[in-house]
Every structure is written in structure tokens, then in C-alpha cells.
Design a protein around this ligand. Structure first.
Ligand code: N7H
Length: 463
């Protein structure tokens, strides 16, 4: 029977986090690793524990009068609740190193993300098997696994990471560790362009309660062997696992702000154009409900901020190209039942420092920042890969939109960084084209991972 105690916490709820470290590793000594893993398993945070942690954080915050953030798990206010989480996941190469050679039945996972770089539109040179993506060297080497460590402070996370490394020592080589941080003060819960993130994730059938406007997805879209996925042929050890996509996406924030201001001519115009790119204002308020001005009360209201649908072939309120419309075109031409098969559970966190005064003034990035993008699904071709390649990069998506929308202005990619033409950017003339000479989000690499169930970790991988 299905139990939250069998699933890793980040998959179903998102580990609560103020900060998060991703420790990428290579398995050097297989037997030693499998033995060490036995001792690590008690540290792994289950979905059941995560659910408990989130409710404890919410209760504590309510008691001391701190507003809670809905959405992607729960950010932890430092010094409110000391909490940390640990999850672990393996690449296809990692699984085969351990000896799990039976394939999980997802060919994209099997080949790894590097093989997808060209198709995804990640900048690079060459073609086909000689494609060289401009990725960080860290992601061009063979990665076997990743440990996710979350917590309320760097201190808590560093201490936990040390325990994890001590337990695995001698059997792995730490390749590199990346730190993500929730942004400070009033930017908490907002990504680096300034837009509130983590508002809209689907509810998993039988797991989550529903908010107005939220879609419910089949359990099998999130977990192997459940719901509709139970009819697929999978190895027994896949049950209650999920596929995790990791992507390091750098964001050029001062350049983005400068482009909007230069193009729109005023701050108010820039704010509107930026909101049109996203489909939401910085507060999170959706354009479909508040098309001409931000509404902070609406943005903060989880009962209303996700309760809308787009109107087919109508972009008077929200452009076809808007990021949230490209990613979840609810109400557009795809039937809801079809759309639900393409929903992902997003668990990202921003990385890098706040924009400095010097960067603001010059309109040029000097310190790298962006999003450590993480999402879960059971089918990469129906999930992340389709969303990035088939929808964000596809100038004609959503189908039946006229005039042609162009790419998602935020995450749409062309591997040669060529100019992109979009329509719908100007509220007063939605057919007027706009040429985007630059990209403001660049992929620095990543990998596809399998996040096993707790029983699989215990009984199959550890020994
Ligand atoms: Fe996106 N952003 O700040 O513009 N995203 N995203 N994303 N995204 C969303 O509704 C952003 C990326 C999705 O259900 C919001 O929760 C940035 C990738 C999906 O209506 C904002 C980056 C992919 C949704 C951003 C980035 C997606 C979504 C609104 C990269 C998949 C839910 C907040 C640096 C391939 C849509 C919210 C829905 C929402 C931003 C990446 C997918 C503000 C900056 C790579 C499915």
C-alpha cells in the first residue's frame, strides 16, 4: 500500500528550506558505498516527516505572527524552527555503477542530460554527438549521484552535510557542492528577476489538499508504479521513486531590467512588460485577474492567486508567450486531462548574491546568480524535456495562437543565441513584434537523477 513514509520528502512536498546544498558525487568504491548507505538511511527525510515539519513550521509562524508562504514546500524563517532535510538521488550511470542495470524505462534518463543539451537549446558548438554545450566543467564530468541538504541556516546545513560526508567517506568522491539561498527580506520566495515563485504546483492525487485553481495530477505522474504508471513495465525497485531534473540556470538580472526600461521607456511600462513576459506581476498577482496593475493583496492570497484560466486565442490580458502560459496553458487548446500528464513538481531555489549597486548602475552582471532548477516527474519526455524544448522553445506554442507568439522570453533557448522575435509584449498593440537580442537565462548544465523510495534504498541499494 502507498505510504508517505516510503517516499523521499522533496518529491511530494518539497523539503523546507532557507538554504540548500547539492553535493554531487562519484561512487569510487561500490561495496563500501552500499554499506555506508545503510548508515545514511536514518538521515534521509521521508515525505511523512516533511509533512510534519511543514505543519510545525506553519504553526510556529502563526503563533509568533510571521506570515507563511504557500507553494513550494515552506521556507523556514531562520531561528524560528531548526530543521534540516536530506535526500539522495542517482544518475543512470550511478545506478549502473551500483549494479542496477535493469533500465527504468525512460530513455532520456538513461542517456543523461548532457545528451539532451543540444535539443534543449543549451548554448554550444558543433552538432549531434560532437555537440559541446557551454556548460560549467562541473557538469561535463561523470556524476553518479547527488545529496540534497536543506535547512533553516547555513550552520544547520553545513553540519548536516558534514555528517553525510562522514558517513559516505572512503566510498565516494565529492565532485562539487552548490549552495542555493532563499532571497532576503521582502524578496523571500521571489526569484532573482523579482517575481514571486513557487505559487503554482499541481496537487498529487490522494496526497495534497486542493487550492482554488489548482490541478490534481495522477499519482503516476509523480511516482513510479502508482496510478496510471502502475500499468507500465518497470523494475520492482522503481516503485515510489521519481525522476529529478537538476539544472543550473544563470540569470542576467541587471541586463533584463535595463532591457525592459530601455524598451518600455518608463518604470511603469517596464513593470508591465516584465509582468507580460511572466504572466504574473512581481507580487505573484496573475495578469488574467489583474491585467493592468500589480495587486499585492491578490498576489499574497493563496485562495485567489492561482484561480484563473487563459482564454483560447485571446491575449488581451496575458500574452501567449508568457512563461506561465507556455508552461501550463490551462484553458488553451490542450484538454485538461492531456495537460495534466505534462505537469511537473517544481522544487528550485535561487543561488548567488543580490544585485549590487554597481551592477544596477552599469546594467551588467558581474557576480553569477540564478536558479537551481529542480523538478520531479516520472516521464522526462512528457515533463521537463517537453516543457523546455517542445513548449518554451517552440515559437508556435500554444497551438492555435495568432499571431505567432514566439519563444518564452524568459527561458526559451536557441543554441546559437540568435535573436528571438515575440509578439504580445506590448499591451496596447499585441500584434506588434519585439526582437530580443539577448537571453537572460542561460543553462550552465545539470543532470537527470532517479530519487528512489526508502524501501529501495534500504533493501536494494544498501547492503
Ligand atoms: Fe518557471 N520566473 O521568475 O519568471 N516560473 N522559471 N520554469 N515555471 C514560474 O506560478 C522562472 C523554469 C514552470 O502552474 C513563475 O509558481 C525563472 C523552467 C512551471 O501556472 C515564475 C526560471 C521550467 C510553472 C517563474 C524558470 C519552468 C512556472 C510563477 C529560470 C520548465 C508553473 C510562479 C531561471 C522547463 C506555471 C508560480 C503554472 C512558474 C520564473 C525556469 C516551469 C515567476 C526565472 C526551466 C511549470
Amino acid at each position: 500500500p502507498f505510504s508517505l513514509a516510503n517516499v523521499q520528502g522533496d518529491v511530494l512536498f518539497g523539503l523546507p528550506k532557507q538554504t540548500e546544498k547539492f553535493m554531487f558525487f562519484r561512487i569510487d568504491e561500490v561495496d563500501g558505498f552500499r554499506t555506508n548507505l545503510t548508515n545514511l538511511i536514518p538521515l534521509i527525510t521521508t515525505a511523512e516527516q516533511t509533512k510534519g515539519n511543514i505543519s510545525e513550521i506553519r504553526q510556529t509562524k502563526a503563533r509568533i505572527g510571521i506570515s507563511t508562504l504557500e507553494g513550494d514546500g515552506e521556507t523556514v524563517h531562520p531561528a524560528v524552527v531548526t530543521v534540516s532535510g536530506v535526500n539522495i538521488a542517482f544518475s543512470a550511470k550511478g545506478l549502473s555503477k551500483i549494479g542496477l542495470t535493469e533500465t527504468i524505462g525512460d530513455s532520456l534518463f538513461q542517456s543523461g542530460q548532457r545528451a539532451d543539451a543540444e535539443g534543449l537549446g543549451d548554448e554550444g558548438t558543433g552538432t549531434g554527438s560532437s555537440y559541446q554545450p557551454k556548460w560549467d566543467a562541473d557538469f561535463l564530468q561523470e556524476i553518479h549521484g547527488v545529496a540534497l541538504i536543506t535547512g533553516d541556516s547555513h550552520e544547520t546545513v553545513d553540519e548536516k552535510l558534514k555528517s553525510v560526508k562522514d558517513l559516505l567517506s572512503g566510498s565516494i568522491k565529492e565532485l562539487h557542492t552548490i549552495t542555493g539561498d532563499v532571497r532576503p527580506d521582502d524578496q523571500k520566495g521571489h526569484e532573482h528577476f523579482g517575481y514571486k515563485d513557487g505559487i503554482s504546483n499541481p496537487a498529487v492525487d490522494g496526497v495534497d489538499s486542493l487550492k482554488p485553481g489548482q490541478a490534481t495530477i495522477d499519482q503516476g505522474t509523480a511516482l513510479f508504479g502508482r496510478g496510471a504508471d502502475s500499468s507500465k513495465s518497470r523494475p520492482a525497485w522503481a516503485l515510489d521513486g521519481s525522476l529529478m531534473v537538476f539544472r543550473k540556470l544563470s540569470q542576467q538580472v541587471p541586463e533584463f531590467d535595463k532591457f525592459l526600461l530601455d524598451t518600455a521607456g518608463s518604470q511603469a511600462g517596464a513593470d508591465l512588460m516584465g509582468a507580460r513576459f511572466v504572466g504574473r506581476w512581481k507580487s505573484g498577482a496573475p495578469l488574467m485577474i489583474s491585467p493592468s496593475a500589480d495587486d499585492a493583496v491578490l498576489g499574497a492570497d493563496a485562495e485567489r492567486n492561482n484561480d484563473f484560466r487563459f482564454v483560447r486565442n485571446d491575449q488581451s490580458k496575458c500574452p501567449f508567450h508568457a512563461h506561465i502560459r507556455k508552461m501550463v496553458p490551462r484553458g488553451d487548446s490542450l484538454p485538461d486531462e492531456e495537460l495534466k500528464k505534462h505537469m511537473i513538481l517544481r522544487r528550485g531555489i535561487p543561488f548567488g548574491p543580490e544585485v549590487s549597486e554597481a551592477e544596477k548602475t552599469s546594467g551588467t552582471t558581474s557576480s553569477e546568480r540564478g536558479l537551481l532548477f529542480v523538478c520531479y516527474q516520472t516521464n522526462l519526455a512528457d515533463g521537463f524535456k517537453l516543457l523546455q524544448q517542445g513548449w518554451a522553445n517552440n515559437v508556435a506554442f500554444p497551438p492555435g495562437s495568432s499571431p505567432t507568439p514566439g519563444q518564452d522570453p524568459l527561458i526559451g533557448q536557441t543554441k546559437d543565441e540568435s535573436p528571438r522575435i515575440i509578439t504580445g509584449a506590448f499591451a496596447n498593440d499585441t500584434s506588434k513584434p519585439l526582437t530580443l537580442l539577448q537571453h537572460w537565462v542561460d543553462s550552465k548544465g545539470g543532470e537527470y537523477f532517479f530519487t528512489p523510495s526508502i524501501p529501495t534504498l534500504k533493501n536494494v541499494i544498501a547492503k
